[in-house]
Design a protein around this ligand. Structure first.
Ligand code: CP3
Length: 352
């Protein structure tokens, strides 16, 4: 399937092969900063969009046409897994995702349903098939899922959280109960990613957005083993795996060993130091501060050049932000960023 791609820069970078320029895509590239997204969103609530393949496909394709990125990431959400396990989920305006009944006991964890992606999440898979068809090989499609630790955080806290006292309370007082949830989630995450690959995803990314709330020791006990488990299962399908463990740079040397092809670097970390930590074992992705997109254009481009320089000429590099693009980002700046990375990285490559 991959050899039909007209633009395979992302796949080449994931395999750490040299590319004539640096590929770029943007985490959360399909979203509220785009007026075209708002237009679709005005007609349907967020979860309806996620579960209507035609709408999901439409907004997935928008950033390819509008800002010119080198990959499409399927429009969905990491929380479709807990919802499919039987936890009612609401997205409230201004508050983000909220679970009606957060998990409170070992019995509730034991009662969670096993997820069968082909039946429970068929809308996500159908959206991928539709996007593949409509793209006709223009750019690769990225599938994704949340990491077990990050999903467990939402399921136990019930929403985003400042101090994560509920999940950390469980971690310190009943570690085995938490481990049983993380094991269940590992299976569900791996199965969904494998189903996405079967439906046509060319690359997959795992989002461990809350990795950084753990101490380095507890990250290695309660997140990393499950990341490794998911990566090892998914790797067998033969497509590249990108891992975004936000603010877990303390564990880059260990994360470089779990089998992921690329590590995504947060903006709070230094790209040069990340490269020193991982050597040539994995590719790197990142890590412009999303807020730089609110700066005057010359400042944005200066900061972007700084990121490209820190990435250097090492093969296996994908430009991205250090976290998702923010809702009020000026679209013209997103376009200017993409154009600049394409031109500047091509120049830097010819200079080598
Ligand atoms: O990257 C993409 O363009 C693909 C789509 C995508 C969404 N969510 C769409 C979305 C992806 C990859 C995600 C992942 C996701 N979802 C993460 C991990 C990435 C990260 O940013 O750390 C997390 C933690 C979630 C959970 C989630 N979903 C939150 C906290 C929120 C509310 C905050 C927010 O950004 O609005 C969502 C809602 C959500 N997911 C929106 C979109 C486009 C906004 C929904 C709307 O239109 O109101």
């Amino acid at each position: 399937m991959n050899n039909k791609l007209k633009n395979d820069l992302l796949l080449k970078a994931c395999r750490r092969e040299p590319t004539p320029r640096t590929p770029i895509w943007i985490m959360r590239q399909a979203g509220r900063y785009l007026p075209e997204y708002q237009k679709v969103r005005a007609k349907a609530d967020f979860l309806t969009m996620c579960h209507t393949p035609e709408l999901a496909a439409e907004v997935t394709l928008q950033p390819i046409d509008i800002i010119g990125v080198d990959a499409a990431i399927i429009f969905s959400d990491i929380l479709v897994i807990p919802a499919a396990m039987g936890m009612p989920l609401n997205f409230t305006e201004g508050r983000g995702p909220v679970f009606e009944k957060p998990l409170q006991s070992a019995a509730e964890i034991a009662a969670l349903r096993l997820v069968e992606p082909e039946s429970d999440l068929s809308s996500v898979l159908d959206a991928i098939k539709l996007v593949k068809k409509e793209l006709d090989g223009r750019v690769p499609v990225i599938g994704f899922a949340g990491a077990p630790w990050t999903l467990a955080s939402y399921m136990i806290e019930g929403s985003g959280s400042k101090n994560f006292t509920k999940i950390k309370g469980l971690m310190y007082s009943e570690p085995d109960t938490l481990l049983s949830l993380l094991n269940k989630l590992s299976d569900a995450v791996a199965d969904l990613l494998l189903a996405q690959i079967k439906a046509g995803a060319d690359v997959v990314q795992i989002f461990d957005s809350w990795a950084g709330i753990l101490t380095p020791e507890y990250f290695k006990k309660f997140s990393m083993p499950f990341l490794k488990d998911v990566v090892q299962k998914v790797k067998k399908a033969g497509v590249p795996v990108i891992l975004f463990a936000r603010d877990a740079g303390h564990s880059f040397p260990e994360l470089a060993e779990i089998g992921a092809d690329v590590l995504s670097v947060s903006w709070t970390e230094d790209l040069e130091q990340a490269r020193q930590a991982v050597g040539s074992k994995v590719g790197l992705q990142g890590n412009l501060d999303p807020s730089a997109l609110f700066a005057p254009k010359e400042v944005l481009l200066r900061e972007t050049k700084n990121v490209l320089q820190k990435a250097g000429s090492h093969p296996g590099y994908i430009f991205n932000l250090g976290h998702g693009i923010l809702p009020k980002t000026p679209v013209d700046n997103a376009k200017a960023l993409v154009e600049f990375v394409k031109e500047e990285s091509a120049k830097m490559n010819t200079q080598n």
